[in-house]
Design a binder for this molecule. Structure first.
Ligand SMILES: Cc1cc2nc3c(=O)[nH]c(=O)nc-3n(C[C@H](O)[C@H](O)[C@H](O)COP(=O)(O)OP(=O)(O)OC[C@H]3O[C@@H](n4cnc5c(N)ncnc54)[C@H](O)[C@@H]3O)c2cc1C
Length: 414
């Protein structure tokens, strides 16, 4: 078993994408769980966000639902390793689609992993409800407008090296939703780097179509109902009952959500630190002075990635995304907004040529990249009725989040 994990981890390590370093989950004796450090009480505070701020209570009128007719999913099923909980109870397998709507699955987190899981489960006939604290689905697949410019400020591009994700990318490509940006920033390594044609968030919106997604809705806790089911407690006190729950938020947030669930939370799964990223988004009055590929990886001591959104084809106006490296972001995290803007404006200058910044925004990603990756594509507990998934499982990148979401759905479906 152990050797099997090591083989899979090594394979992932070999096939890693250059921008997002792959990492291996190792035990670090005596290292406290990040969620446990929040108040120094030894117990995570579910009212407190992982970044230390008090949770905002979502207003009812904030909430958005996406209800469109579902499209069928075309997913290969990964190798089955155990009897999935819902299948074992005969609730999904062997029944007609019309009967399957009785199975209720709640998904916390409508980033890529949650959306992929939701779509696969819905296609199988389950009744799925997603919750996300953000104003729209997508999580770290994030795109925003700055004046007339469009910028990706989370994931910048992605590769497709596994058959399951390659199929998804081919399907997106056939509908014109993704296109190839480059084959490497520096040397051409032969691997296509894809981008969302209308920005990375448009891919999340595409997956959300046909699903019921409650946005601006913070899940507060996952608790047993007492009759074998589960409920997701929302931050306004409302409760959503489900037969199974998939949690796809970053692991410190997942740990806080599940702390009252009564299930055994394996610390070796949840004890993960995340790298931070400070993003500096700049709209320019002229073209940026980046290399012909339109992107730069680890180009200097401040930035781990610089991407030209106009070159990428998502912005009609010149606009550049600068991502500060994890080390720089960590060292400068607590600087105030003006200081950060001044430091990053100075650092950005060599990449601007004759152009100047006419408008900028900062975006701080506290939980940007998991430093270690669990060897399985998702983690199940509570007799298989609670599944934890996301990019901390199948790889700290878009492809990993997709494959983990898919694995979470199939852990329930069989
Ligand atoms: C700055 C940056 C640059 C990146 N660049 C790349 C790149 O170039 N290529 C690449 O492949 N990958 C990149 N990545 C990684 C990639 O974006 C992620 O791996 C992937 O998007 C993660 O998807 P996910 O669904 O696992 O998690 P997320 O996208 O984080 O989704 C989790 C969701 O859970 C929600 N949530 C959290 N807590 C709660 C709660 N209590 N209640 C309700 N909702 C909650 C969040 O709002 C979020 O929407 C980058 C990431 C960052 C931050």
């Amino acid at each position: 078993m152990r050797r099997d994990h090591e083989r899979r981890r090594d394979a992932r390590h070999r096939g890693r994408q250059d921008h997002r370093p792959d990492t291996r989950r190792r035990r670090q004796p005596g290292h406290p769980h990040p969620a446990r450090r929040q108040r120094g009480t030894g117990r995570a505070d579910p009212h407190r966000r992982a970044d230390g701020h008090q949770r905002r209570r979502a207003r009812a009128d904030d909430r958005a639902c996406v209800h469109v007719q579902p499209r069928p999913a075309r997913f290969p099923r990964p190798r089955r390793t155990r009897t999935p909980a819902l299948a074992r109870r005969g609730r999904i397998t062997g029944r007609r689609r019309s009967e399957l709507t009785a199975v209720r699955v709640a998904i916390v987190g409508a980033g890529l992993a949650g959306l992929v899981a939701g779509r696969a489960l819905q296609a199988a006939g389950a009744t799925v409800q997603l919750f996300d604290k953000g104003r729209s689905p997508g999580g770290r697949l994030a795109t925003r407008r700055i004046g007339g410019a469009t910028v990706d400020h989370g994931a910048q591009f992605f590769t497709a090296r596994t058959p399951a994700f390659a199929r998804q990318v081919a399907e997106w490509q056939s509908r014109g939703l993704v296109r190839v940006w480059s084959r490497g920033f520096g040397d051409n390594d032969g691997h296509d780097r894809y981008v969302g044609t209308d920005g990375m968030n448009s891919l999340a919106k595409d997956l959300a179509r046909g699903q019921s997604v409650s946005c601006s809705t913070m899940a507060f806790a996952v608790r047993p109902t007492g009759d074998g089911g589960w409920k997701v407690v929302l931050d306004d006190g409302a409760e959503h009952a489900a037969d199974a729950v998939i949690v796809t938020c970053p692991l410190p947030q997942a740990f806080a959500l599940l702390i009252d669930s009564g299930v055994d939370l394996d610390e070796s799964v949840f004890r993960v630190d995340y790298d931070r990223t400070i993003g500096f988004l700049a709209r320019l009055d002229g073209p940026a002075a980046l290399p012909p590929t339109g992107g730069v990886q680890n180009g200097d001591e401040v930035f781990s990635f610089i991407g030209d959104n106009a070159h990428k084809g998502i912005s009609t106006e010149p606009a550049v995304t600068f991502h500060a490296s994890p080390a720089w972001s960590e060292a400068n995290w607590h600087e105030d907004h003006d200081t950060l803007a001044r430091l990053l404006t100075t650092a950005a200058r060599p990449w601007l040529g004759a152009s100047t910044i006419v408008e900028h925004q900062l975006k701080k990603w506290r939980l940007a990249t998991p430093r270690t990756i669990w060897p399985d594509p998702c983690w199940t507990t509570a007799g298989g009725r609670i599944v934890v998934a996301g990019d901390a499982f199948a790889g700290p990148r878009v492809e990993g989040a997709h494959n983990s979401g898919l694995a979470a759905a199939h852990a329930l479906l069989g």
